[in-house]
Design a protein around this ligand. Structure first.
Ligand SMILES: [Zn+2]
Length: 145
């Protein structure tokens, strides 16, 4: 039985209840770690300055409270994926496809109110080859139902 570390638990608690339900459901079959829930002004601007985020405070979906975005990695966290390790890189995608499937079912069953968008397919056209900016750990709620 998978369970969250106390820091993952704290970070998920800062997120919208739909995100809490999606990831606590996913946790039952796939272990993962919550990297970021809410991001405050200082953290957001640090990310922007370092180029890790293209968005300034308060416009990131991580900046609201509860947060409507969450960054999640499968656990153990893939290693050296930035150094061209394709197998490790693909672990993020495989995990994300599973998360999107769980979210879609929860939406269809009426357990959550918002569809989920993933940073590996921003326009949600099911094509991962037309991306200009990949954020494979990023999931956010959309207005669409
Ligand atoms: Zn994010």
């Amino acid at each position: 039985m998978n369970s969250y570390s106390s820091s993952s638990k704290e970070r998920l608690k800062e997120c919208h209840r739909d995100l809490q339900l999606i990831f606590s459901t996913v946790l039952q079959s796939w272990d993962h770690t919550i990297l970021t829930g809410h991001r405050d002004r200082e953290e957001q601007n640090k990310k922007f300055v370092s180029g890790l985020s293209q968005i300034q405070w308060p416009n990131s979906k991580h900046n609201s409270l509860p947060s409507i975005a969450v960054d999640v990695s499968p656990y153990p966290i893939p290693k050296n994926w930035g150094a061209g390790n394709r197998d490790e890189y693909e672990k993020f995608r495989y995990f994300a496809f599973y998360v999107l499937g769980v979210a879609d079912i929860l939406l269809q069953l009426g357990h959550i109110d918002h569809a989920l968008r993933w940073g590996g397919d921003w326009n949600m056209n099911l094509d991962v080859s037309d991306q200009t900016f990949n954020d494979l750990v990023h999931f956010e709620l959309t207005e669409e139902q």
